[in-house]
Design a protein around this ligand. Structure first.
Ligand code: NAD
Length: 446
């Protein structure tokens, strides 16, 4: 099938490469000429495991092309995917749909044959109807069916998620469009039960409901972690104990510095705003957003407390900058807010991230960068483990301690147990673990 993809970012590039790999003939379009030139020269503008090889193989096989010309992407296409960004609008937190509107109007203007417009971008309920109006205004003769097909890929595991999705949501009342999408995904050989065939508005809502629910789950376990610290429990045991309940499930029960990334912050905000606009406010989501915002500052205070209450003039190593492992994406990464708060408190920062350093340097130009975790820890008063990169799971803590000037380890991912860190000469602070009685006594005596 001939397919066009408008927007060649994380979602567009992964979708384009994976659809081409299924045997489809794909043209990816982006208005960013530098990005297209970079991809054409064989260098991807983003890091996603396995993607460079997949793109190269399918470009080589002649099934995947890149252009800045929408007309080229549309030429002969039966389906056009919209995968442009929908960031939060700065003024009110609503989803900024300007890129979607612009892309769809451009498609409508050049459409000469019937085509199915598949919206992969995350858009608020009712956007499909607005797009139909935009199409009718831009080109009354265009024959374009608008379908919602939200994307659920996880950065860092995107190719696997495309090939073995939990589900594929297809939102349309148009039977021909539904059949076309089922044919398009047929080479995945999924059981029919993997497809959620629904109306367009339900499909739009499913995407926001999924992200908001996961954000709530993270926020819940973060609050449980805080309670464990105060009341004397271990959040890892609590998470394990509730995660075994099939009604709850074990995923997204890892406490940490709060959620970030390219989706959860903006999508929870957009859902809350959209719910308010419909006169049906979602207080759980509004509260989740507020708690998560406060958490980043609270985590910075926790780090400062672990460093003896004052970090002025002290050097701190930050391990992990990206919002999650296996990506170079820094959008809304908790590390940014934490580092800025520590800088405000007078600390000097030396950071290391396995893939995000290039992006980080643009956003955090005023900090130093190490060549690896040990180099970042060199001369540091304390080390703060922020992002759960697997490489940080097996650090030689004794070696790291020898590189450091101080002995504080703040482990925001609970990668290490207190005993093992202490055996290496480190003073350990985790998340959601009760402070041992001997330390409580020492603090009380200060
Ligand atoms: P991105 O910012 O990485 O990429 C968007 C691309 O669209 C950019 O390259 C931009 O230049 C291009 N673009 C913007 N307007 C254009 C236009 N008019 N014509 C052609 N190209 C245009 O965004 P992303 O992370 O890939 O996200 C895309 C959408 O998918 C968003 O709505 C997002 O919420 C959703 N989504 C993202 C993820 C994720 O993990 N990143 C997962 C699921 C859903």
């Amino acid at each position: 099938m001939r397919i066009g993809i408008i927007g060649t970012g994380y979602v567009g590039l992964v979708t384009g490469a994976c659809l081409a790999d299924l045997g489809h003939d794909v043209v990816c379009v982006d208005k960013d000429a530098a990005k297209i030139a970079q991809i054409r020269s064989g260098h991807l503008p983003l890091y996603e495991p396995g993607l460079d090889g997949l793109v190269a193989a399918n470009v080589g096989a002649g099934r995947l092309r890149f252009t800045t010309e929408i007309a080229q992407g549309l030429s002969g296409a039966q389906a056009i995917f919209i995968a442009v960004g929908t960031p939060a609008r700065r003024e009110d937190g609503n989803a900024d749909l300007s890129h979607v509107h612009e892309a769809v109007a451009a498609v409508a203007r050049v459409a000469t044959a019937p085509v199915c417009l598949v919206v992969k971008s995350t858009v608020p309920v009712g956007t499909g109807d607005t797009l139909e109006r935009i199409i009718a205004e831009a080109n009354p003769r265009a024959h374009i069916v608008v379908v919602s097909n939200p994307e659920f890929l996880r950065q860092g595991a995107a190719i696997g998620d495309f090939r073995q999705p939990d589900r594929i949501v297809i939102g349309t009342d148009d039977s021909a469009a539904r059949a076309l999408l089922l044919e398009l995904y047929a080479p995945l050989h999924l059981p029919i039960a993997a497809f959620v065939l629904t109306g367009r508005r339900s499909a739009e809502l499913i995407k926001y409901a999924a992200n908001a629910f996961l954000a709530m789950k993270i926020t819940f376990i973060n609050e449980m972690a805080d309670l464990c610290e105060k009341a004397g429990g271990d959040v890892l045991d609590v998470a394990h104990g509730i995660g075994l309940d099939a009604r709850i499930g074990a995923k997204f029960l890892n406490p940490g510095p709060g959620f970030g990334g390219s989706c959860f912050p903006k999508d929870t905000m957009a859902l809350a705003r959209s719910a308010q606009d419909h006169g049906s406010p979602m207080r759980l989501i509004e509260t989740t957003i507020a708690i998560n915002e406060q958490r980043k500052r609270a985590v910075a205070r926790k780090i400062i407390a672990a460093c003896g209450g004052d970090v002025r003039g002290k050097s701190l190593a930050i391990l992990g900058l990206t919002f999650k492992p296996d990506t170079d994406d820094m959008r809304e990464a908790p590390a940014i807010a934490i580092i800025l708060a520590l800088l405000d408190a007078g600390a000097r920062i030396r950071a290391f991230d396995p893939a995000g350093m290039e992006t980080a340097r643009l956003q955090l130009p005023n900090i130093a960068y190490g060549s690896d975790a040990y180099d970042a820890a060199r001369g540091a008063h304390g080390v703060v483990l922020v992002t759960e990169w697997p490489v940080f799971r097996s650090l030689d803590l004794s070696h790291m301690r020898r590189m450091m000037a101080g002995s504080t380890l703040v482990d925001l991912r609970n990668f290490y147990r207190r005993e093992e860190a202490e055996a290496s000469g480190l003073c350990y602070t985790g998340i959601g673990q009760a402070i041992p009685l001997r330390e409580q006594t020492a603090i009380a005596a200060e």
